[in-house]
Design a protein around this ligand. Structure first.
Ligand SMILES: [Zn+2]
Length: 141
């Protein structure tokens, strides 16, 4: 098992059956990317593009993912950044640091859920007041 230092992006619609090491498969249609863990352990890392997950940027065919990839659930617990097709290794994180990152991710996810709930409520209130206004207008005629 050897560490991968570069990832070559391959833009696909669906994820392929088998993955080659040193490649990152990007599906814009399904807003996700996936690659084999850069430590060489062979596990698949899936990075969905969502506000609480990852964002992908691309320039001149080189891809970057933000934030870093922390494979805490893998035995290797590898942690690295993908920047312009290059793999930048981060130091091993202490269990406390991992817990901190996980708590932050959870807070971000909860905040997004709260915000979308508020947006849905606002839409509902707006729709209800439009209906009320239409009812009153109809009644006055
Ligand atoms: Zn690994």
């Amino acid at each position: 098992m050897s560490r991968v230092t570069h990832l070559q992006p391959e833009f696909v619609k669906f994820m392929p059956e088998s993955f080659a090491s040193g490649k990152i498969y990007v599906s814009r249609r399904y807003s996700t990317a996936s690659h084999l863990c850069c430590c060489g352990c062979g596990l698949r890392v899936v990075t969905p593009f969502k506000p609480a997950n990852w964002s992908l940027s691309e320039s001149n065919g080189a891809v970057s993912l933000h934030p870093s990839i922390g494979n805490w659930s893998f035995p290797c617990k590898s942690h690295y950044w993908i920047e312009g097709n290059r793999v930048r290794w981060a130091g091993a994180m202490s269990p406390a640091a991992i817990a901190e990152v996980r708590a932050r991710d959870r807070r971000d996810a909860e905040r997004l859920v709260r915000e979308s709930w508020l947006a849905a409520m606002r839409r509902r209130v707006r729709a209800a007041s439009i209906r009320a206004a239409e009812f009153i207008t109809a009644w006055w005629r």
